[in-house]
Design a protein around this ligand. Structure first.
Ligand SMILES: Cc1cc2nc3c(=O)[nH]c(=O)nc-3n(C[C@H](O)[C@H](O)[C@H](O)COP(=O)(O)OP(=O)(O)OC[C@H]3O[C@@H](n4cnc5c(N)ncnc54)[C@H](O)[C@@H]3O)c2cc1C
Ligand code: FES
Length: 292
């Protein structure tokens, strides 16, 4: 085990696995123009819980709001960012609306971390191409910040991040995209489907941009997260470029309930997305029934 935040065995040691850690909302950042995507920065109410919650990029947690319920949300911060957790949440229904109506200083619950994480044994010593669209970029943002950390950067080869949104107002983490664009440790390509009068950057759908970038499959791994339509058209571009199916990764967002392999809500064939996933290679996805 390396001293980089990488740890084994993520299940926390509460006797009752459904018992959440109490957390306080320290900061809320509105991420998009229509204000239906917000990043919540949470700190542990009980400092001693902090050391028990060790996670890796790609994992998720069940976020609970008293009186509303809980929802699985990918962890948007990186384990290299100590002392807090971040979740970027789109207002969808009961739980996410209740979270959006919360204020800084309010208490919420977190159980986890759950699921597998981006396989570092595959990514290390490889060129890493991170390809994201929309607000599914959250765990890719975690992975990017993890790789960029000075303790980790040398273990990876080239880092390319391609990130797209519908329009400039929908791009999340704008403050960080600006920093990354000035960082020589990665190549960042930001694109929007359609720009506005102030937009001077790239325009085009993510799969088109991936094709234009002519990513070489040599010693490379592609990590893809985004809306189903983006995924559907990005996979063929990567396969055509020569990427091997076991070097294309994708994170599934299935309906989940327990998050710990008990309720059967998330299974696809014999796989439980909450436990065996949410991250699968393209090769694994081909072996699973097309229920996702
Ligand atoms: C592993 C994982 C990671 C996730 N990460 C994030 C994240 O980082 N940020 C984020 O905002 N969301 C994320 N989600 C999705 C999030 O869990 C759902 O949007 C959430 O459960 C909605 O809860 P709710 O109570 O607000 O909505 P509900 O009241 O349960 O539903 C509201 C509406 O949204 C639809 N809906 C609910 N869940 C989903 C879903 N998973 N996919 C498509 N439609 C759905 C329902 O059909 C309904 O129309 C993730 C899901 C998984 C499984
Ligand atoms: S969410 Fe309950 S088994 Fe996966």
């Amino acid at each position: 085990m390396k001293d980089t935040g990488e740890v084994e065995g993520r299940m926390h040691l509460h006797n009752n696995p459904y018992l959440p850690y109490p957390m306080i909302i320290r900061k809320i950042i509105s991420e998009n123009a229509v204000n239906d995507i917000k990043t919540f920065e949470l700190v542990f109410k009980n400092k001693k819980d902090e050391g028990k919650f060790t996670y890796m990029p790609g994992q998720f947690a069940e976020v609970s709001i008293w009186g509303a319920g809980e929802a699985p949300i990918g962890i948007a911060s990186s384990p290299t960012q100590k002392g807090y957790l971040q979740f970027t949440v789109k207002k969808m229904g009961v739980v996410t609306s209740a979270l959006h109506n919360s204020n800084e200083g309010d208490e919420v619950g977190i159980r986890g971390p759950y699921g597998n994480w981006f396989p570092m044994d595959l990514l290390e010593e490889s060129n890493v191409y991170i390809i994201g669209g929309g607000f599914a970029f959250t765990t890719l943002r975690s992975l990017t910040n993890y790789i960029l950390h000075p303790d980790n950067r040398d273990r990876f080869e080239d880092l390319v991040v391609i990130y797209g949104a519908r329009d400039p107002g929908e791009l999340i983490y704008k403050y960080e995209l600006k920093e990354w664009s000035e960082n020589e440790n990665l190549d960042l390509v930001v694109t929007v489907d359609k720009g506005d009068e102030n937009w001077t950057g790239r325009e085009g759908y993510v799969p088109t941009i991936v094709k234009e970038e002519q990513l070489s499959p040599e010693n490379a791994v592609a990590v893809v997260c985004g809306p189903p339509i983006m995924i559907k058209f990005t996979f063929p571009v990567l396969l055509e470029a020569g990427f091997s199916p076991d070097r294309i990764l994708n994170s599934l967002e299935m309906r989940m309930k327990c998050g710990i392999g008990k309720c059967g809500r998330c299974n696809i064939g014999s796989k439980y997305v909450c436990k065996d996933g949410p991250i699968f290679t393209y090769a694994q996805l081909q072996e699973m029934p097309k229920e996702y």
